[in-house]
Design a binder for this molecule. Sequence first.
Ligand SMILES: C[S@@+](CC[C@H](N)C(=O)[O-])C[C@H]1O[C@@H](n2cnc3c(N)ncnc32)[C@H](O)[C@@H]1O
Length: 183
Amino acid sequence: MDSRTIEILDKLEKTQDEFWNISHQTGNFINMLIKLMKAKNVLELGTSNGYSGLWIADALKTTNGKLTTIEFWEKRQCLAREYFEYCGFSDIVNFKTGQAYDIIKTEIKEMFDLVFIDANKQEYLSFFEVVHPLLNKGGVILADNIISHAKKVEPFVNAISNHKEYQVQILDLPDGLLMAYKV
Ligand SMILES: C[S@@+](CC[C@H](N)C(=O)[O-])C[C@H]1O[C@@H](n2cnc3c(N)ncnc32)[C@H](O)[C@@H]1O
């Protein structure tokens, strides 16, 4: 990992509660998974200040991939843009500002190898419905806060666990990370 990326990740770990970032362990796991899968095209729902996106972009540098990340809170996404630029990731990241569901439904036509869901917990089920057709076979959906927000994400967890096209496991990382493999 580049020294600038380490510097910014360390810095952002001091304000993780304020920006609702994923844990360091979750970021490290996602980074390794992208490299293992050799994922080329990743979609993130919930950019915040870019902490998780930096873990993702760092892995995508090694796979020659690209990231599309969606956030409706402009001020937060502006911070993310600055950090991505400082770390040299601007050329591989496509920022979209607005409601994730609407943007995916109306603007996004490409297919993805990995989708990371980390926006409004009550919308996880509708996010799943809209990203499912955009996920390649052999692709992975990751969703954070499965244990910390168990009640809110229950409809999503039930739907994806009972879906015949997905093999699902909830990983005991901080807050709980759901991993679903599209068979
Ligand atoms: C948990 S934080 C994301 C943290 C980020 N993934 C990280 O770990 O650095 C969720 C973010 O999603 C945004 N958000 C929530 N619901 C959204 C929606 N429906 N569309 C777009 N952004 C949304 C919030 O403004 C917030 O910044």
